[in-house]
Write a protein that binds this ligand. Sequence first.
Ligand code: HMG
Ligand code: MG
Length: 298
Amino acid sequence: GLPTRVRIHEVGPRDGLQNEKALVPVAIKAEFIRRLAEAGLTTIEATSFVHPKWVPQLADAEELMPLIDDVAARLPVLVPNERGLDRALALGAREIAVFASATESFAKANLNRTVDGALEMFEPVVAKAEDAGVAVRGYLSMCFGDPWEGQVPVSQTVSVSRRLLDMGCAEISLGDTIGVATPGHVRELLAALNEAGVMNDRLAVHFHDTYGQALANTLAALQHGVTTVDASAGGLGGCPYAKSATGNLATEDLVWMLDGLGIETGVDIGRLTATSVWMARHLGRPSPSRTVRALSQK
Ligand code: HMG
Ligand code: MG
């Protein structure tokens, strides 16, 4: 059966904007986050405390945080290492996410580390966050396929997921970073994770729509019992360190499907669409989301 309620983890301001060529002014980012919260999103990933040379689009994290400290939503931020955690804690972050890779190639490209080296880098981050009462999400990229290594064995993804949970991550977000997954592969991975003791209430899914499969994959995950879904307003995003990645699943496409299924999200699709249309104007190109286009042409 399907769940009655789904929690949407909105990643537009972070995963979306990190991949935009244009540098978006910090005041526009703050307004974007505020409008997403007003549209009913309760978890909005705000920014990253990574090296500013690696992701210049989010180099204004220190300026952004004080502008959104009164926004009524959970506002997790990405943190790769202790340096990043210290920066985030100094700004009052209450939730963070570390980001691992299921493959060696992407660990190297995204974090300049081996898979093991990245996990070693996260260990003190997770421990220190726990001490500070800060919840940690663990992203896992390239869970299904990798642009350099091809199809990723299910056992490899299960093994790194287990290690992230054992380290103290509260939740694992399974990333199909380049959008190659199909529903059968999703079911197979989720079943193998459950078998290894990683249960659905600790899992989120993070699909990209490169091959038009993001919604079908999401539905497969919901039918399997997962209830947390990552999405990006207007379908913004991709990944700067994985060339073949296109946009994340658009939040509007997701909400349209969930509304139709009678599954609660708390999101007002009209306000959300208006926000994505507004952001698309700032970025100078139309939203790739089919739902945004359909609703805004009415
Ligand atoms: P490195 O070059 O190995 O860094 O990069 P290092 O540890 O050797 O340090 C070098 C210098 O950087 C030092 O400065 C550090 O202080 C500084 P120096 O002493 O030379 O003057 N430094 C920092 N400065 C500010 N903030 C920091 C920080 N850390 C070190 N946090 C590093 C390693 C992890 C830092 C780098 O690779 C990095 O920042 N990577 C982030 C890449 C990224 O953000 N990628 C996108 C997010 S992941 C993603 O999009 C996937 C996801 O969306 C899910 C999916 O779709 O799959 C989550
Ligand atoms: Mg993504």
